[in-house]
Design a protein around this ligand. Structure first.
Ligand code: PMP
Length: 383
C-alpha cells in the first residue's frame, strides 16, 4: 500500500514474461498503436501526440518541460511538495528565471492567485503537480487550467500520482500532461508516458532542442508512425513493458474512467474517515487526493517502529518525503486495483500497529468508520 510502485494484475505481469518480439514487427507495432490510442483515452486527449519512452516519471518531467522552453525562458512552478522542488531543480539546468508559488504546507494552490501571477508575468511555461505524492494534496487543475486556454503560456501537469485515478481532462486547458507506468496505470516501473497538445507542439517547433534523449522532435515520428501502423525508430522501445501497458490499459478502459475515478474517490473517502476516527491529523488541510492518504503519526509513536509493525501485520506503508517532517508522517497509497478488502486490511494493520506503539485507541473504530463509507456506496470488489 505504498504510493507506487503499486500491486499489478497477474495478467499484466504475465504479459511482461512473454518472449521479446522484434520492435519493428507488425505484431509489436500493432501493440504499440493500441497502447498509444488507449493512453489518449485515459488522458482524455484529442488532437494530441501521445508518447511512451523508457524511463521513470522523472524522465517524463524532463520531456514534458524541456521541449517547450528556451535557455532563460521564464517559468513558474506551482509547488505543493517534494515533486514541485524537483521541477525547480530540473529548470535550474536551463534557466535562471524561475518563479515559485508555494502555498503554505497543507494547502493547495489558489487558482485566483495563479491567475494573478500569470497575468503579471509573461511566463513561457507553468508547471503544476496534480497530486504531490509527498503531501497528498490535489491541486484544482480544472480551475487553474481554464485560464491558460487563451494564453501562449504552456501549462504542464505532472500527473504521476493522479492520471488513471483522479479526474483529468486535457480540454480543461492543459497543454502537456504525463505520468509513469508504476502508479495508477498499473504497470511495473520503467515507462514515462504522456500527451502533448497542439499549442505545445507548435511552440516546440520554434524552440531549439535542449536535450538529446528527451528531444520529442526526435521521437514524434516514431509515435505518429506507430499510430499509422508503420515502423519507426529512434531508440529501442521497451517491448515487454509496452506489451504489459497495453494489457493494463485494457483493464482500465474496460472498468471505464468514470467508474474507476469514482472507485478511487470512495476508497479515499473511506481511508480519510478511518484516519479521522482514529484521531490522526491529515497533512493536507483541504483538497485531499484520492490516490493516497497522508497523515501525521500521533505524538510519541516512532515512525520506524510503526512501519515495521504494520508490515509484520501484513501491510507495507510509506514514510514521509518532506525533509523537515519526513519522520512525523506516513503515506498510504491506494491507486490501481484497490478494493474494499485492501481498505479493511490496511486500516486493521494501522490500528494494531498504533496500539502496539502505545497509542490509546479503540480497536475497530477506524474499521467501523471505513465500513460506514463502503456500505453507503454499496462498494465491494470491483474486478
Ligand atoms: N512526480 C510525482 C508526483 C511523483 O510521485 C513521482 C514519483 N513518486 C515523480 C514525479 C518522479 O517519478 P519517478 O520516481 O518514477 O522518477
Amino acid at each position: 500500500m505504498i504510493p507506487g510502485p503499486i500491486e499489478y494484475e497477474p495478467n499484466v505481469l504475465n504479459a511482461m514474461s512473454q518472449p521479446t518480439i522484434s520492435h519493428t514487427s507488425k505484431e509489436f507495432i500493432f501493440i504499440f498503436k493500441e497502447a498509444l490510442e488507449k493512453l489518449l483515452k485515459v488522458f482524455d486527449a484529442k488532437n494530441a501526440l501521445p508518447f511512451i519512452l523508457s524511463g521513470s516519471g522523472t524522465l517524463a518531467m524532463e520531456i514534458g518541460t524541456v521541449n517547450f522552453i528556451k535557455r532563460d525562458s521564464k517559468v513558474l512552478v506551482i509547488n505543493t511538495g517534494y515533486f514541485g522542488d524537483r521541477f525547480v531543480d530540473l529548470f535550474s539546468r536551463f534557466t535562471k528565471n524561475i518563479d515559485v508559488y508555494r502555498p503554505p504546507l497543507g494547502y493547495a494552490a489558489d487558482p485566483v492567485e495563479v491567475q494573478e501571477r500569470v497575468r503579471k508575468n509573461e511566463y513561457d511555461l507553468v508547471t503544476v503537480t496534480h497530486v504531490d505524492t509527498s503531501t497528498g494534496i490535489r491541486n484544482d487543475v480544472k480551475r487553474i487550467a481554464n485560464y491558460f486556454k487563451d494564453l501562449d503560456t504552456v501549462l504542464v501537469v505532472d500527473g504521476v500520482c493522479s492520471i488513471g485515478g483522479e479526474e483529468f481532462h486535457m480540454d480543461w486547458g492543459v497543454d502537456v500532461a504525463f505520468t509513469a507506468s508504476q502508479k495508477a496505470l498499473g504497470v511495473p516501473p520503467g515507462l514515462a508516458v504522456g500527451v502533448v497538445g497542439p499549442k505545445a507542439m507548435k511552440i516546440m517547433e520554434k524552440n531549439p532542442p535542449l536535450s538529446f534523449f528527451s528531444d520529442l522532435r526526435k521521437w514524434q515520428n516514431v509515435f505518429k508512425n506507430m499510430l499509422d501502423l508503420k515502423p519507426g525508430y529512434f531508440g529501442t522501445p521497451n517491448v515487454n513493458l509496452i506489451t504489459a501497458l497495453n494489457v493494463s490499459l485494457t483493464y482500465i478502459l474496460n472498468e471505464g474512467m468514470e467508474k474507476r475515478i469514482k472507485r478511487h474517490e470512495i476508497i479515499g473517502e473511506s481511508f480519510r474517515a478511518a484516519i479521522k476516527e482514529l484521531g490522526l491529523e491529515m497533512l493536507p488541510k483541504e483538497s485531499f487526493a484520492n490516490t493516497l492518504s497522508v497523515q501525521y503519526l500521533p505524538e510519541g509513536v516512532k515512525q520506524e517502529n510503526f512501519l515495521s509493525d504494520a508490515e509484520r501485520y501484513g501491510t507495507v506503508f510509506a514514510g514521509g518525503l518532506i525533509p523537515e517532517i519526513k519522520e512525523r508522517y506516513f503515506r498510504i497509497g491506494h491507486m490501481g486495483s484497490v478494493s474494499s478488502s485492501e481498505v479493511m486490511i490496511s486500516i486493521g494493520a494501522i490500528e494494531r500497529a498504533l496500539k502496539k506503539n502505545g497509542y490509546n485507541l479503540k480497536l475497530g473504530s477506524g474499521l467501523a468508520a471505513a465500513q460506514e463509507i463502503l456500505s453507503k456506496y454499496d462498494f465491494g470488489i470491483p474486478f
